[in-house]
Design a protein around this ligand. Structure first.
Ligand code: SAM
Ligand code: SF4
Length: 473
């Protein structure tokens, strides 16, 4: 059911800017963290209740041992809500032409070093085949903001990607990270069958926003802030938000993300599907004063606080971060990571020895491991890698689906689907060593499931071994 302001006799706030910097600062400055209150808030979150802005600010103000308690709480919540699965995906950069002038990005219009390129349909096919050869099932397509990358073009590339099936490979979910569109534009892209439409606000502070966004359409803070409202109006109920950490005070940005979540929930009855929290990384012609850069300790703290503040929202951590940071941060509540990532346009199908070329990349990544290596490490650390796309394809999205509101959801769907997609990966792509490890991990994860489910999964695994694909609950 869509939000109906008349029926509820509350003001219609859709499409309206909803960030008030003075309010956010006042909440941050007027809350204090003490042991009793922090513990109450961790308990509230563990009962899977959202935290308010003031409650989030209380956690942001915590120091010392209390931060350790927050991290322990986040670890426990992650286990409760998400189990031990980690969903894997890969980004695919379609084109780096851009009319904007974002001071942190290698694609910005004034960067004369950047070698501009838009993949041809043939090149996109080559990239997708290479990604399928590695075992990928979920992609996020990324575009600069440019008249060439309008809604029709984005929709065209999405359909193209879904249509490319090499041997047993196929892409089952295509997410998007692209410029904000108008409502009709979002409709056009939505009709191509996208998963999540992701747009990062970069910074929720309007003045700071104006320091970094010096040209092009992206200069308009409010157009970007209300983008996902337009997506919702166009029927895209699966949206991802994010802030680029390092542009402004990190505690303020966490509050901005929570405020954005509140806005979407209040207006559309559904919060964001995912939250991203990239930190600024080196890029060609990077022009940023490092004074707001976030160190590793604060980065882990903010991930743990986001986990507690929005218990049901997926948290994405990308290969911008090193394997070590990813390993640590994952425990506090990350639910999705990328693996085998290449940001250079055409990088997946290019020769394996090709050097990273900053002039064709948006920024530099810090985790260059292959998908197989990432999977190997996940299994070593007792995670179960998942390529599951079941919910989205069965329509379990938006307000109809909030994971934690369905008791037993993980055991009934998520773990079994992680096991089935990992089985497919093992049969089709894994080396004998990784396969052995993988089957052991599958056995271990089956141990917690009830007898009926175990039997049902075993039958499906047998069907996978016999050549069937895409089995899910
Ligand atoms: N052009 C579209 C836009 O700006 O929304 C979509 C793609 S942009 C290529 C994806 C995201 O990458 C940006 O929203 C920004 O948060 C992030 N990004 C840009 N430069 C970065 C850098 N130097 N380090 C880390 N992330 C960066
Ligand atoms: Fe263009 Fe996006 Fe890079 Fe800004 S962040 S310069 S809009 S690609």
């Amino acid at each position: 059911m869509k939000f109906n302001p008349e029926k509820l006799s509350i003001p219609d706030r859709r499409m309206e800017p909803f960030i008030d910097p003075a309010e956010i600062w006042s909440i941050l400055e007027n809350t204090r963290a003490d042991k009793v209150r922090v513990r109450e808030l961790i308990a509230k979150s563990l009962s899977k209740e959202r935290l308010t802005m003031a409650e989030t600010a209380t956690l942001l103000n915590a120091e010392g041992d209390l931060v350790e308690e927050i991290k322990a709480g986040a670890r426990e919540l992650k286990k409760k809500v998400y189990g031990n699965r980690i969903v894997l995906f890969a980004p695919l950069y379609i084109g780096n032409k851009c009319t904007n002038n974002c001071q942190y990005c290698g694609f910005r219009v004034t960067n004369k070093e950047a070698r501009r390129k838009t993949l041809t349909d043939e090149e996109i096919s080559g990239e997708v085949e290479a990604l399928e050869d590695n075992g990928q099932k979920r992609l996020i397509l990324v575009y600069g903001e440019h008249p060439e990358y309008g809604p029709e073009y984005i929709a065209h590339t999405v359909r193209l990607v879904y249509g490319i099936k090499k041997e047993r490979g196929e892409i089952r979910r295509v997410n998007i990270n692209a410029a904000p569109l108008d409502i009709d534009g979002f409709r056009t892209v939505g009709r191509a069958g996208i998963g999540t439409y992701q747009i990062f606000q970069e910074t929720y502070h309007p003045e700071a926003y104006s320091w970094y966004h010096l040209g092009g359409k992206k200069k308009d803070y409010n157009w970007r802030l209300t983008a996902l409202d337009r997506a919702q109006e166009a029927g895209i109920d699966d949206v991802g938000i994010g802030a680029l950490f390092g542009l402004y005070d990190w505690r303020y940005e966490v509050m901005g993300l929570v405020r954005h979540t509140n806005h979407l929930e209040a207006c559309y009855n559904v919060g964001p599907h995912t939250i991203s929290f990239p930190r600024i990384k080196d890029a060609s012609a990077l022009n940023i004063d490092p004074k707001y850069y976030v160190n590793d300790d604060n980065f882990k703290k903010l991930i743990a606080i986001l986990r507690l503040a929005v218990p049901y929202t997926g948290l994405i951590l990308t290969a911008r971060e090193s394997p070590d940071v990813r390993h640590e941060a994952m425990a506090f509540g990350v639910s999705q990571i990328d693996g085998g990532t290449k940001l250079e346009l055409g990088g997946y199908s290019a020769s394996k020895n090709a050097e990273q070329n900053l002039n064709r990349e948006q920024f530099k990544i810090n985790d260059e491991r292959s998908l197989a290596d990432v999977i190997d490490e996940l299994i070593d650390n007792d995670y179960i890698p998942s390529f599951c796309t079941a919910c989205y394809r069965l329509g379990r999205t938006g307000e109809h689906f909030m994971e934690f509101s369905v008791p037993g959801f993980i055991k009934r769907y998520c773990t079994p689907n992680a096991i089935l997609t990992l089985s497919e990966y093992i049969v089709d792509y894994a080396s004998p060593e990784l396969a052995e490890k993988g089957w052991k991990a599958i056995e271990k994860n089956m141990a917690d499931l009830d007898e009926g489910m175990k039997q049902s999964i075993r039958k499906k695994i047998e069907r996978i071994r016999n050549g069937e694909r895409d089995l899910y609950y």
